[in-house]
Design a protein around this ligand. Structure first.
Ligand code: CA
Length: 229
């Protein structure tokens, strides 16, 4: 089972702990940092699926960090939910103008927070509807982020999951690396073409124990194809 990774940027230990507890209980993975500099570093070494960003941070504020992330092509596509103690309408507008996708005011109910997280994640994955897809003995359920091969669980990272989902819903056709980047990573995200090869390799390694790595075929000079025939 794979799940979305959520980066929690919050300087107050008690709130950080509360957030990570609820995020993990909802089935997501949580990574915590306490300031904008650490967040920037973390995001650039490993992009999360969503950022929970506290407005008031020591040093660079959450609003300033959100603006920086939106200005950088590599991080522009990562959804952000801003957390704040402020509840004035003016601040809400400012938060959303800085590039946040949603906004939640402290104190919040864990239930509301989780609903917001799920809604934002759904909005950002338009090409992955909730319906389970099946092909060649593989089954993927985007709603639960679960993948199985002949009924057994397959461990897939978030990118491999999306990549496999795209292949399974576009079987028997060849896609170039550029096309795969557009469809799977999204046109807003800047990544090098060889990144595709890295994830193809990881996907094959994950499928190998089930004898299914051959489903992902290399088409010399053209790209890759998912084929069950
Ligand atoms: Ca704070």
């Amino acid at each position: 089972m794979t799940s979305a990774e959520i980066l929690i940027v919050e300087d107050e230990p008690a709130i950080q702990e509360l957030l990570s507890f609820n995020v993990m209980r909802a089935g997501f993975r949580a990574v915590c940092v306490g300031d904008a500099d650490s967040a920037w570093e973390q995001i650039h070494s490993h992009a999360p699926n969503l950022i929970l960003l506290d407005w008031m941070l020591p040093g660079i504020s959450g609003v300033a960090l959100a603006k920086q992330l939106r200005a950088d092509a590599r991080t522009r596509g990562i959804p952000i939910i801003m957390l704040t103690a402020r509840s004035e309408e003016r601040d809400k507008v400012l938060g959303l103008e800085s590039g946040a996708d949603d906004y939640i005011t402290k104190p919040f109910s864990p239930r509301e927070l989780m609903a917001r997280i799920r809604a934002v994640l759904r909005r950002h994955v338009p090409q992955m509807p909730d319906e389970t897809v099946a092909a060649g003995g593989l089954e993927l359920s985007p709603a639960s982020h679960r993948a199985t091969a002949k009924g057994r669980a397959v461990e897939l990272g978030p990118t491999e999951f999306r990549l496999l989902h795209f292949f399974m819903t576009h079987a028997e056709r060849v896609y170039s690396r550029t096309q795969l980047l557009d469809h799977v990573w999204g046109s807003q995200v800047f990544v090098e073409e060889r990144t595709v090869d890295v994830h193809i390799r990881r996907l094959r390694v994950a499928l190998e124990p089930f004898g299914m790595d051959g489903l992902i075929q290399t088409v010399r000079g053209s790209g890759y194809r998912f084929s069950v025939s």
